[in-house]
Design a protein around this ligand. Structure first.
Ligand code: GDP
Length: 207
């Protein structure tokens, strides 16, 4: 997919305040510092569309962008800040879960995990919740350039093996590097294919 236009649309504090759900929407989520902003900027071929490394504890917002006047890209608040209170953590979670469960036009959620780390409880629990809630999602491994290619592949295989201990099947998996723009074309290709399929089947979101 060629990114012809990308525009920041709105920051929302509640899912009810998000833009009209009238276009297919693809959202990105992950632990703080996973590389979400960097990946969004790499996907959109932009330097600072999504703000990198927001200060933990600041108001968390859902950011909507409109791409090619055709679909929404959504930047969801990072979860799992180590240094915020439990109450605040719950508030972030509620913002995300309310959005995910109520957003009628959400086509896919991209859950980002750092390729260098072994499976973390918080990510596993979140993906488990997506599965149980019937939320379509893909796993996006980030920062692949920080490892040698073989080491990155091994970590991904180990991650999959761990998931298959409790899951029957795996969601789609992408290996990316925002730094080297790896894996971005695959994600965009998938979004494009999905949008075409929605159009072909005359599935429209009219809000
Ligand atoms: P966010 O908090 O999830 O939005 O994470 P950021 O995009 O702000 O990235 C956190 C840190 O990881 C920053 O210092 C980035 O420069 C770095 N980073 C993000 N993606 C990559 C990547 O693909 N490769 C490398 N080497 N560093 C990355």
């Amino acid at each position: 997919m060629i990114i012809k236009t990308v525009e920041f649309l709105k920051s929302s504090q509640r899912w009810q305040d998000c833009p009209e759900p009238n276009l297919p929407e693809y959202a990105f989520i992950g632990r703080s510092n996973v590389g979400k902003s960097s990946l969004i900027n790499a996907l959109m071929n932009h330097k600072d569309l999504a703000k990198t490394s927001q200060t933990p504890g600041k108001t968390q917002l859902i950011n909507h962008f409109i791409v090619n006047e055709e679909w929404y890209l959504t930047d969801l608040p990072g979860y799992g800040y180590a240094r915020v209170s439990k109450v605040m953590r719950k508030d972030f979670e509620k913002l995300n879960t309310n959005y995910i469960l109520n957003r009628k036009n959400l086509v896919n959620l991209y859950v980002l995990v750092d390729v260098r780390h072994t499976p973390q409880q918080i990510d596993l629990e979140f993906m488990e919740w997506c599965g149980e809630s019937g939320v379509p999602f893909s796993i996006v491994f980030t920062k692949a350039d920080k490892l040698r290619p073989n080491a990155a592949l091994k970590n991904v295989e180990d991650y999959k093996t761990k998931l298959l201990e409790t899951w029957e099947e795996l969601p789609p998996v992408y290996i990316t590097s925002a730094e080297k723009k790896e894996g971005c074309a695959e994600i965009l290709k998938n979004i494009s294919k999905t949008n075409d399929l929605l159009k072909k089947n005359k599935i429209r979101f009219d809000g």
